[in-house]
Design a protein around this ligand. Sequence first.
Ligand code: ZN
Ligand code: ZN
Length: 372
Amino acid sequence: MNKPNIIWLNVSVFLITFLFAAVAVPYRAITHGFDSAEIIMAVLCFIYCGMSITAGYHRLWSHKTYQAHWSLRLIYALGGAFALQNSILHWSSDHRVHHKHVDNNDIDPYSAKRGFWYSHIGWMLREYQAHRYTNYDNVRDLQKDPIVCWQHKYYLVLTIGMNFGIPLLFGWLHGDIISSLLLVGVLRLVLSHHTTFFINSLAHIWGKQTYTEKNTARDNGFLALLTFGEGYHNFHHIFENDYRNGIRWWQFDPTKWLIKSCYYLGLTSKLRVSPEDKIEKARLTMVFKKRQQQLVSHPNAEQLLARLQHEYDVLIVKLNDYYEIKKTLFANKRAKLMADVERSELMGQYKELKQRLIEQQRSWQFFIEKHA
Ligand SMILES: [Zn+2]
Ligand SMILES: [Zn+2]
């Protein structure tokens, strides 16, 4: 089979920037050194690029998990051009196809089933997607956003302006243009590229399948550190409309913190979260399935599997009861009936069902740990 043509522009950009980052930057560090202001500026620009992609390109535009004020969208649009990852329109179009046809080697633009290299960077080096370059049917909604259209139209000018303008301006103000071009320009760009690319490659290979095993996406706390929270990719692929990727308070997800902080400042609104009961059920079902597979080879398999099934069924029933009454309670709360609710039957029922769920969770945990 003939391979599609090589995209020389992409190959050159990736190769030249990588060589500069791997050779010229260490050489400059040894022979000349970088000062703290240059390092801080490079780190800040790295964060700006990364978060423009995660909070802007990904969670705002591709998945519409919240709404953002035009000033924030403009900041993201410039940061995305700085990150050199194509326009918002193109990136989001690719990403929506990735979610819809995940792991389908013929349609998913960066299918992880085609291997690490392909999903990381290989998919951008040849004309694999030539037929899609002008088709933006799946992002018609984004074409109504003037900032998206403006960035798409002037993408080349913006990306050159940001990638040369910021390092040149900083270098000129600080008094060392070459160091700034190398650190703030090239090293920042290469690190920003590859950490983002890890989400398509490593986050589909390395980590836990906490919520679903229907696709290759993985949850990986270490990758979350490098990707501003996007490492919780297994959760993201099943609950893609949620503005969070790391849903626990202790999970490192600075993109989620940024979106929530901007909400308090009035810059973001309509933050979408997935129903708690659905998340919990998906998680429990995965624990159930994994234990089932482990117990099959146990000498007492039949009895233990029956017990596991029973514990799981009871837990799901109690979970449903609990969340049902919780929803009713919150609906009443919203209707400002809380003063009565406090003394009401409903509150009593809620407390009782919560207690029953806790007891069943203990019983389930005891069984799971005993037969681990
Ligand atoms: Zn996504
Ligand atoms: Zn993915």
